[in-house]
Design a protein around this ligand. Structure first.
Ligand code: SRM
Ligand code: SF4
Length: 562
């Protein structure tokens, strides 16, 4: 039998995700937790991190790393009340690093929480009727859903589904409450049961997205399961189901790869949660528990074959998915500005650069929250919707934003997204959130020079190949390989249906600009009517469309390698 990975032993011996976290929190000698407990806190939505900017200096002084914790909320569909927004604002100010970070999975991360603040922080989250349960870890993560409040009935329905999926697949263990809220550690005395997951949970993380075409804001094909709504006469009749999507890979390891999900059929709305549960159960039983780099559902499907997977799913369901319906996506990303619902309410899509709510924007949103009786909806592109605004309230919202210096961003900036990376992400090889704004400023000048200032061209950057900003589905993807260096990918479809191709390896700022500027110029003069940048680079042979299937092909003609 193959040797189980270390994390499998940690999970098995954890007493349903408790480990020695409670004891570790009391230990004042260190600002961190034990290595095993660090793996377990992830299931509670909490990551131990350290400030990487300070690493070298602290090592020189022989000091422990500057440990702090990141906490991530579980918010299915990204919907918060204005009151909850205020509570999260206060929490960031009092216990966190003073900023709110909107993520690509439609939730909020708090960075920089020191150990002594961690339990009070989670308790403040709980007091706001929110939690961090299963926001990370080898379980189903935050369920994301298209942000379409301008279609109220449809949006309400998918948010209900997101919550139903989240509830069905939520760990049953009471550990989160015991450790963070009640402050009791039940050591083996109480019988716990995980009817879906079992005591060792899943082999790896698991992600679900619900999309409402023509919006593919959620990047449905990047997820373990995508539920793609099929609408007839404005009503959801069911969902096409895609399985086996994922972004993560490791540089130089070709048996790790991004993959877009396969559409395997159609289910009715009332069947969706059962479909998800059975897919999760198959992955629990079939997933690779020996090598975490091959443990996602996408590798299970590659290894066992899609046909075998479908046969197993139908057998476990006791019924067969219907044939997939025709649907068409038009774009990923978010709209910008006011979107109107038929009942006259307006929903303001606010661009938040790389999801970082800080400084005057943070204060402005707090001022809005204090007078707003609608919802705040976090999008899957790190943006925020101030939702449910009556016509007579629009002007005051606009005035508050203007008073806090919020101005319209360029098309290029609005369509750009970066992962967190340095200084908090322990896996970052290069800058991302702190560098992309500067690169966009330079590229803005290039696109303006050739008359493309109004055009939607999608750029996504990550500080490592894990793919947290879904860069392999962008028209232009930049993936960190080392300090100041990035692999450049081109050709991901604007509607999120096609992966990109590696175009240049390990290039720095000047080479990125020098490579993209002539492509922008050629696109400006040679494109066909309505042609997106990514379709243009494929039509003109700059890169080849992903040649077969939906796996990533990281091959690069040697003459192009830097
Ligand atoms: Fe991610 C790990 C940040 C969405 C693929 N991701 C991490 C960690 C926790 C680093 C770590 O393990 O120590 C990063 C924390 C950085 C920090 O300081 O905050 C991190 N991921 C993020 C966020 C905050 C990026 C952002 O800027 O918004 C996103 C939080 C999502 C959330 O709210 O739950 C985020 N991560 C994603 C996505 C996009 C998505 O889910 O739609 C992906 C690609 C999709 C996928 O999963 O295939 C993604 N993150 C990864 C991976 C690679 C997984 C893989 O299968 O290979 C890792 C590394 C890992 O799991 O070992 C990772
Ligand atoms: Fe960190 Fe890499 Fe994810 Fe960026 S892509 S947040 S660098 S793990």
């Amino acid at each position: 039998m193959t040797e189980l990975s270390r994390n499998e032993h940690i999970k098995a011996g954890s007493n349903y995700l408790r480990g020695t976290i409670a004891e570790g929190l009391l230990d004042q000698i260190t600002g961190g937790l034990s290595e095993d407990d660090q793996q377990l806190t992830k299931f509670h939505g909490i990551y131990q991190q350290d400030d990487r900017d300070l690493r070298a200096e602290r090592a020189k002084k022989k000091l422990e790393k500057a440990f702090s914790f990141m906490a991530r909320l579980r918010v299915p569909g990204g919907v918060l009340t204005a009151k909850q927004w205020i509570a999260m604002h206060d929490l960031a100010a009092e216990r966190g690093g003073g900023t709110l970070r909107l993520t690509t999975r439609q939730t909020i991360q708090f960075h920089g929480i020191i150990k002594s603040n961690l339990r009070p922080a989670v308790q403040a989250i709980h007091a706001a009727l929110l939690d961090t349960v299963a926001a990370c870890g080898d379980v189903n993560r935050n369920v994301i859903a298209s942000t379409v409040p301008q279609l109220p009935a449809v949006h309400d329905e998918i948010v209900v589904l997101a919550n139903a999926l989240s509830d069905r697949l939520r760990p049953h263990s009471h550990a989160w409450h015991d450790i963070w809220i009640d402050g009791t550690q039940i050591a083996g005395g109480v019988e716990e049961d995980e009817p879906i997951y079992g005591a060792t949970y899943l082999p790896r993380k698991f992600k679900i997205a619900i999309a409402v075409p023509p919006q593919n804001d959620v990047d449905a094909f990047a997820h373990d399961i995508g539920f793609i709504a099929v609408l007839r006469a404005g009503k959801i009749t069911g969902y096409n189901v895609s399985v086996g999507g994922g972004m993560g890979m490791t540089h130089g390891e070709p048996d790790t790869f991004p993959r877009t999900g396969d559409v395997i059929g159609f289910c009715r709305p009332d069947q969706a949660v059962d479909v998800a549960e059975q897919v999760v159960r198959i992955q629990r039983d079939w997933g690779d528990r020996s090598d975490r780099k091959h443990a996602r559902l996408k590798y299970t499907i590659e290894r066992r074959g899609l046909a075998a997977f479908q046969t197993e799913l139908h057998a476990r369901l006791g019924w067969t998915l219907a044939a997939a319906k025709q649907v068409r996506f038009a774009r990923t990303g978010d709209p910008n500005g006011w979107q109107n619902a038929p009942d006259g309410t307006g929903h303001f899509f606010l661009f938040v650069e790389n999801g970082r709510v800080a400084g005057r924007l943070l204060q402005g949103l707090r001022a809005i929250a204090e007078q707003h009786d609608g919802r705040f909806i976090i999008t899957t592109n790190q943006n925020l919707v101030i939702a449910d605004v009556l016509p007579e309230r629009r002007a005051s919202i606009e005035a508050i934003l203007a008073a806090h210096g919020v101005t319209a961003a360029s098309a290029l900036r609005r369509n750009a997204m970066a992962c967190v990376a340095l200084p908090t992400c322990g896996l970052a090889l290069a800058e991302s959130e702190r560098y992309l704004p500067e690169l966009i400023t330079v590229l803005e000048a290039e696109v303006a020079r050739v008359g493309l200032a109004q055009d939607d061209i999608m750029i996504r950057m990550t500080g490592c190949p894990n793919g947290c900003a879904r860069p392999y589905l962008a028209e232009i993807g930049l993936v960190g390989t080392g300090p100041g260096l990035y692999n450049l990918y081109l050709g991901g479809a604007f509607d999120g249906s096609r992966l990109s191709k590696l175009y240049r390896r390990q290039i720095g700022h000047d080479a990125i600009v020098a490579t993209l500027a002539p492509l922008f110029a050629a696109y400006a003069t040679q494109r066909l009517a309505g042609e997106h940048f990514s379709d243009f680079v494929i039509r003109t042979g700059v890169v080849q469309a992903t040649p077969s299937g939906n796996r990533f092909h990281d091959d690069l003609p040697s003459e192009l390698a830097a």
